[in-house]
Design a protein around this ligand. Structure first.
Ligand code: URA
Length: 427
């Protein structure tokens, strides 16, 4: 006879009891095998969202999700490993310049990434706009590329934390994504199973992020850092701003192009600042303290690694990136200073133009997205172009324009106070 049953575990959490180790192990295992039904797991997820879990329960839940699948092992590599995870934001292309930069500094980066869902973009969707590039690698190919190039960005294999894959898809359709215990265990089960030696978490806070306020972002960061350290992974978190979108583009091919500007020594200042800050943390976590990532970025060596990384996955780094068939510009109706550019408004607009997907199986448009020509603090004059909207399907413009409405302010005689990009460090 089974050690527990689903109704017992759901009722315990409904009544605010602490789940025992044995209940947690059982429910994750039984759900992965299909013995606990989706409606039962969704009820338990809602009870967790409403009543929470303590740190012991979260650690056990994470361990049980890791145990549902395989663990990767990079200990045989000739260099240390470090990875970065972002909780997701608008215009967040940082992984693209960061992985080759850190590899060019001597630390291997095994970056298992996802596709976008909703208003935040997915790293794999962006890279798939590079002609020929292939997201799916075998574990052997991944290890070989880490040794030869030093950086891999690829899709997580089916065998990694399968309990999380099933549970995340369920949470997505049952209003239970936003529970800190479930987000922390979901992210950390995959990162711990991936086998990285060091991990830097970029926890986004602001309108365009899961976590809208600093207190909740800090709680999520502290929970994940504790889980990482408990599993022997050197883990730190930066709390970074996502009230304004990063850089000047949100989409797929246009974010790849912007990342290549950064790798060529240019690009928007905020993307460069965050890339270098995260690289410094990854290098420190991997024990490399004598290399300055800002210097390596300026030297062009990270661009060489980027090209090698793209080629190793059958992409052509010199091919022209796809564009959109149609464009539409939005101009300023008054003069002054751009004092606010809302990340959620821009993210929704890019999504509605076809850069993102509503359902997992939907395709994305490589050329779709939004370019913003001014950032908060910039002066604008009436008639200046503020946004360029890009899509293959012009019928999408109306809804994309509607989501930008109210998403920015231009004020005359305004005193502008910039929001810091990095709010805090937890480690
Ligand atoms: N990303 C994940 O991988 N899991 C979550 O629960 C939220 C964001």
């Amino acid at each position: 006879m089974a050690a527990h049953d689903a109704v017992e575990v759901i009722s315990a959490k409904r009544d605010r009891a602490e789940l025992t180790d044995s209940q947690i192990d059982w429910v994750i295992d039984a759900y992965t095998r299909g013995d606990v039904a989706d409606e039962q797991m969704s009820s338990l997820a809602m009870a967790i969202l409403l009543n929470g879990m303590n740190r012991r329960e979260i650690a056990r839940w994470t361990d049980a999700m890791i145990a549902s699948g395989e663990r990767m092992d990079f200990s045989g590599l000739s260099r240390p490993t470090a990875d970065k995870h972002s909780t997701g934001g608008v215009g967040d292309k940082i992984t693209l310049p960061l992985a080759p930069l850190v590899a060019a500094c001597g630390v291997a980066v095994p970056q298992l990434s996802g596709r976008g869902l909703g208003h935040t973009g997915g790293t794999l969707d962006k890279l798939e706009s590079v002609p020929g590039w292939r997201a799916v690698l075998s574990n052997e190919e991944m290890v070989a590329q880490l040794e030869s190039v030093g950086a891999v960005i690829c899709a997580a294999g089916e065998g990694l934390a399968p309990a999380d894959k099933k549970l995340y898809a369920l949470r997505d359709v049952t209003g239970t994504v936003e529970a800190i215990p479930l987000i922390a265990s979901s992210i950390m089960s995959k990162k711990i199973a991936e086998g990285t030696g060091a991990l830097v978490l970029d926890v986004k806070v602001g309108t365009g992020a899961f976590m809208k306020d600093l207190d909740r972002a800090r709680e999520l960061a502290e929970t994940m850092v504790e889980l990482g350290k408990g599993a022997g992974v050197r883990t730190v978190a930066l709390l970074t701003d996502m009230s304004t979108p990063l850089g000047r583009t949100a989409g797929n091919a246009i974010e790849v192009a912007e990342s290549m500007e950064v790798l060529a020594g240019g690009g928007p200042a905020d993307v460069v600042e965050l890339t270098v800050a995260l690289a410094a943390e990854m290098l420190a976590g991997a024990g490399v303290t004598d290399v300055d990532p800002a210097e390596v970025l300026a030297s062009g060596r990270a661009m060489d690694t980027w090209k090698a990384m793209i080629r190793a996955q059958d992409g052509d780094p010199d091919a022209e990136l796809p564009g959109a068939r149609e464009s539409h510009t939005v101009t300023a109706t008054s003069s002054g200073t751009l004092t606010r550019l809302d990340a959620m408004a821009v993210g929704l607009s890019a999504w509605r133009l076809g850069a993102g997907r509503a359902r997992k199986e939907d395709p994305v448009q490589a050329g779709a997205g939004v370019v913003w020509h001014a950032r908060p603090g910039d002066p604008v004059r009436e008639g200046d172009t503020l946004f360029t909207l890009l899509t293959d399907e012009p019928e999408r413009f109306d809804r994309a324009l509607a989501s930008l409405e109210g998403g920015y302010d231009i004020e005359a005689d305004a005193t502008f106070e910039p929001t810091p990009l990095i709010h805090d460090r937890i480690g």
